[in-house]
Design a protein around this ligand. Structure first.
Ligand SMILES: C[S@@+](CC[C@H](N)C(=O)[O-])C[C@H]1O[C@@H](n2cnc3c(N)ncnc32)[C@H](O)[C@@H]1O
Length: 331
């Protein structure tokens, strides 16, 4: 996928005057800080963004990838809630507004967007980018400066769609559960939580989903069921979204590839039922000349399915499946 034209233009304009080399070195330091700091933030709330350059480097090198992951997760929500149109959105730990941009791209008829963020520099950047949005709700969004770890950090209003993307891992472990419960109180319809597709990111999402199942939330995606996650302890469920690198991103990253694959874990939990699915493909299908081997998550647990070429129609169907695809009928 590519960034939508309005977001791409907004980024290009905001980053046009930046020194690409200095942004490249800042983005390297920032990713190192995220990697080593996530382990420490189990105990305390840590600020990863130290300067205006950090904020710009985030927009240049992380935003396209986090946008792609959130967009992919929301597209799954849209498929399972066919015809649903959220009117109001709450983007928690919004950063430069990435999740709000993804939601506005999928549901341009969104009427009202509220973005909550602790870092004033992120908010200023987010407001600046939002001026270019095609979606009027994003251009006129309400930005709230607040700290999620404070009990006063959230208001009592309810929103059709609440998204917390790439934030839970920055919240001290002892307040994560309480935060997820408070967000559910603010969710009129659907709550989406996204984290990096690492064992730790998955563990955070899995714990949040279990907490939400306990208060009768329905799983829209990725799981095709409301059972506890069947993934064994030494494994993790995650997905990947390919995203084209922007021109600036290619120079910032110094890489030669024209795309990157963002790995992410997520849970979309709702007060409403989604259209039923039979299974989800949880790894790259192994497509061989005589058969396709699929790793599936199903309502009755993890399953491996081998579809032989001789089973003509089923074989053609299996060949079209990708990592993350759903099966709407039994194979
Ligand atoms: C990794 S960024 C994610 C930004 C955006 N959601 C995205 O997906 O690109 C994490 C954001 O959460 C914000 N954040 C972290 N802890 C917070 C807290 N306790 N209260 C409010 N915002 C917080 C940070 O300032 C940062 O902007």
């Amino acid at each position: 996928m590519q960034l939508p034209a309005d977001l791409s233009a907004a980024l290009e304009e905001r980053l046009a005057t930046q020194n690409v080399r200095s942004l490249a070195s800042v983005s390297g330091e920032l990713s190192q800080r995220y990697r080593s700091g996530h382990a420490r933030s189990q105990q305390s709330s840590e600020t990863f963004l130290h300067s205006q350059n950090d904020v710009l480097a985030y927009a240049a090198y992380r935003l396209p990838a986090t946008f792609a992951a959130i967009y992919a997760a929301l597209a799954e929500v849209q498929t399972r809630r066919s015809g649903w149109q959220p009117r109001s959105l709450l983007d928690i730990g919004a950063g430069p507004g990435t999740a709000a941009w993804a939601a506005a791209t999928i549901w341009p008829e969104l009427e009202q967007a509220t973005l909550l963020e602790r870092d004033a520099r992120m908010m200023a950047l987010g407001k600046d980018l939002a001026r270019h949005a095609a979606c009027s709700a994003l251009r006129h969004a309400r930005w709230l400066r607040a700290d999620l770890t404070m009990s006063s950090g959230l208001e009592n209003s309810r929103y059709d769609l609440v998204i917390m993307a790439y934030v839970l891992g920055e919240i001290p472990a002892m307040t994560q559960e309480e935060l997820v419960e408070r967000l559910w109180q603010q969710t009129a319809d659907t709550l989406l939580i996204v984290e990096p597709g690492t064992p730790r990111g998955f563990a955070l999402v899995r714990a949040a989903r279990e907490r939400l199942l306990a208060v009768n939330a329905q799983t829209l995606a990725p799981c095709p069921h409301n059972q506890p996650c069947p993934m064994p302890q030494n494994d993790w469920c995650h997905f990947a979204q390919r995203v084209s690198r922007t021109r600036l991103q290619r120079s910032v990253k110094g890489g030669t590839l024209s795309y990157e694959d963002e790995k992410f874990a997520y849970a979309a939990m709702s007060r409403a039922d989604g259209l039923p699915i039979q299974a989800r493909v949880i790894r790259h299908p192994q497509k061989r000349s005589g058969h396709v081997r699929l790793d599936l998550c199903t309502p009755t647990g993890l399953k491996q399915a081998v579809v032989a070429r001789s089973a003509k129609e089923r074989y053609h169907m299996a060949q079209d499946l990708e990592w993350g695809s759903t099966l709407n009928e039994p194979l």
